[in-house]
Design a protein around this ligand. Structure first.
Ligand code: PLP
Length: 426
């Protein structure tokens, strides 16, 4: 047997290297099984998963209720297309809109598709409701945003690696600094053609950048003043990750029972993905009220797989798990403990400058240059020590375990992280 066929990590990596496009640079670990907060590699080594597939697996790996819904629906009806009705989509739409407090949902599959959908809805609303002249609508976005990988989305990315040689780019976007209300107000004041403001409540990929207290609320108020749609991309921050069902948590019906912290704002357009399926299936959605969603008419937009019966069954199960298991509350409480414990260590060390985040979406800032390999080397040692995490933007390491983690497991992880950091601390 050649190395390519051997059932080892080395063999699996060699296969991807030879036959797969090189559009990722993974940590050299090959996973073959997952359960709850744990994953196992092909050699049988067990790890805590501190990435959760970029917060898609908030409900834990292979959650039995979600897998049950997936398997049951897969044996019954998988795909009808939207040329016909299916008996699951309406139930799912009712459940999700009631959960988040919106009139209507438009179903898609991936996060990037949902962002594209939101941009299309926003533009159409601008021409048909706000009265902006055709082809002149502008949408405000933030520097260092991450909204996905399609041509239009990379058109307003500020990451040169994501953009270079993918032009010509889609026009119609205005970029401002994140967490800067004056910048937002200036653009709104000087531009009559602004249709929307697309924003992440916390910038995840940029390195878990949490905006100042009150930023989202004030940004929403500015948008209202200028009749501009506030579009929240909660693909990563949503579904209990930050200690509430949504990081923007406005009037969503979770507020009293499952959420902690003060309600912030209610977006005009809400974008969900990732953990909307608990990682079992690609499911994304755009939510809005009737006055906005009604601009979309038959033929304007669609997706062959969007709103399929499996996605509907999985999406409902995934949200039920979040509610039944109190994952928002758990993320809130364990997040506080995580930052408190790490801060105790950081106070007396050289290797980490800070820990930041909300709920169980956190990151540490490594005391080294952005070009250095220190964060990567730390992640390699974390892997040896039984915990998987990945650097985001050079010297920042994101820590985002499944939200089903318990306190004992979290403290075990804190000691693995501190033990590892000590190996790098001089
Ligand atoms: C992951 C992510 C997306 C894109 O989702 P895909 O499913 O990878 O297309 C969009 N927005 C944010 C904030 C994300 O974190």
């Amino acid at each position: 047997m050649s190395v390519l066929e051997k059932k080892t990590s080395q063999g699996a990596i060699a296969l991807e290297e030879k036959y797969g496009a090189h559009n990722y640079h993974p940590l050299p670990v090959v996973l073959s099984r997952g359960e709850g907060v744990f994953v196992w590699d092909v050699e049988g080594k067990k790890y805590y998963d501190f990435l959760s597939a970029y917060s898609a697996v908030n409900q834990g790996h292979c959650h039995p209720k979600i897998v049950g819904a997936l398997v049951g629906q897969a044996q019954t009806l998988t795909l009808t297309s939207r040329a016909f009705y299916n008996d699951m989509l309406g139930k799912y739409e009712k459940y999700v809109t009631e959960t988040f407090g919106y009139d209507k949902l438009l179903p898609m599959n991936t996060g990037a598709e949902a962002v594209e959908t939101a941009l299309k809805i926003c533009r159409k609303w601008a021409y048909e409701k706000k009265g902006i002249h055709d082809n002149e609508a502008q949408i405000i976005v933030c520097n260092n945003n991450f909204h996905g990988r399609t041509t239009s989305i990379v058109s307003f990315s500020s990451d040169p690696v994501a953009r270079k040689h993918f032009g010509p780019f889609t026009p119609g976007f205005l970029k401002i600094d994140y967490d800067n209300l004056e910048a937002l107000e200036t653009v709104l004041e000087h531009n009559k053609n602004v249709a929307g403001f697309l924003v992440e409540p916390i910038q995840g990929e940029a390195g878990v950048y949490v905006p100042s207290e009150g930023y989202l609320k004030k940004a929403k108020a500015l948008c209202e003043r200028y009749n501009v749609l506030f579009i929240a991309d909660e693909v990563q921050t949503g579904i209990a990750r930050t200690g509430r069902l949504l990081a923007t948590c406005g009037n969503c019906n979770c507020a009293d029972k499952h959420c902690s912290g003060t309600p912030e704002v209610k977006a005009d357009i809400l974008i969900l993905g990732k953990a909307l399926s608990g990682g079992a299936y690609p499911v994304s959605a755009v939510l809005a009220n009737d006055d906005i969603m009604e601009v979309i008419k038959p033929g304007n937009h669609g997706s062959t797989f969007g709103g399929n019966p499996i996605a509907a069954a999985v999406g409902m199960a995934a949200l039920e798990v979040v509610k039944e298991e109190g994952l928002a509350q758990n993320a809130f409480e364990l997040g506080e403990i995580f930052r408190e414990e790490l801060n105790k260590y950081i106070a007396g060390c050289n290797i980490v400058n800070a820990v930041r985040g909300r709920g169980l979406l956190n990151a540490i800032l490594i005391n080294d240059t952005e070009e250095s390999s220190t964060a990567w080397d730390i992640c390699m040692t974390l892997k040896e020590n039984g915990l998987l995490a990945k650097p985001t933007h050079g010297n920042i390491i994101r820590f985002a375990p499944p939200l089903v983690i318990d306190k004992e497991q979290l403290l075990d992880c804190v000691s693995i992280i501190i033990k590892t950091l000590k190996q790098f601390d001089q």
